[in-house]
Design a protein around this ligand. Structure first.
Ligand code: GDP
Ligand code: MG
Length: 170
């Protein structure tokens, strides 16, 4: 009989990287240009992953300039999508620090994370190469994908499902 697992996925990353756009794209296959960057939302999503029904709770986080606020998100989640903007080097440089904070708060638990570079439609403005992303993923010990929430290119669903899969296999 299929087991029904819950995954609490927090979508993390600097303001403006496209977290809200990604979550909405994943859930609705649509792109909406503007979201209030100060709002956080939680969504429930029923998925079938490897033929198993899975209930996902997805937290679209906001305002992570304050690491105290981030701590609350980290405590809430058991899996994490670490998002950066491929056209914003600073958002990429911040990822290692976010991951370190997650590890620190969750230890000795092993946390499941996936690294996701967004906005690849803006190729002319790219500041983070695919190789940089791959290298960081190796360092962090997580899977890596790139995508565009704007046009739906790349591996948005793969990124969301992969991080859940890790948790379910635990
Ligand atoms: P958040 O603060 O991380 O939740 O970021 P938002 O989802 O609010 O997106 C920030 C800005 O980036 C908005 O103006 C979005 O329209 C834009 N954006 C998000 N994803 C993409 C993308 O894949 N490509 C492009 N060109 N713009 C994007
Ligand atoms: Mg947002």
């Amino acid at each position: 009989m299929a087991k029904n697992c819950d995954v609490k996925l927090a979508v993390m990353g600097r303001a403006g990287v496209g977290k809200s756009a990604l979550v909405v794209r994943f859930l609705t296959k649509r792109f909406i240009w503007e979201y209030d960057p100060t709002l956080e939302s939680t969504y429930r999503h029923q998925a079938i992953i490897d033929e198993e029904p899975v209930t996902m709770e997805i937290l679209d986080t906001a305002g992570q300039d304050d690491s105290g606020q981030r701590e609350g998100y980290v405590r809430w989640g058991d899996t994490f999508l670490l998002v950066y903007d491929t056209t914003d080097r600073c958002s990429f440089d911040e990822i290692a620090q976010i991951k370190a904070q997650i590890d620190e708060i969750k230890k000795p638990q092993i946390v499941h994370t996936v690294l996701l570079g967004n906005k690849i439609d803006l190729d002319h403005a790219r500041q983070v190469s695919v190789e940089d992303g791959e290298r960081l993923a190796v360092e962090l010990g997580c899977a890596f994908f790139e995508c565009s929430a704007c046009n739906g290119d790349g591996c948005i669903s793969d990124a969301f499902y992969d991080v859940c899969r890790e948790k379910l296999r635990q």
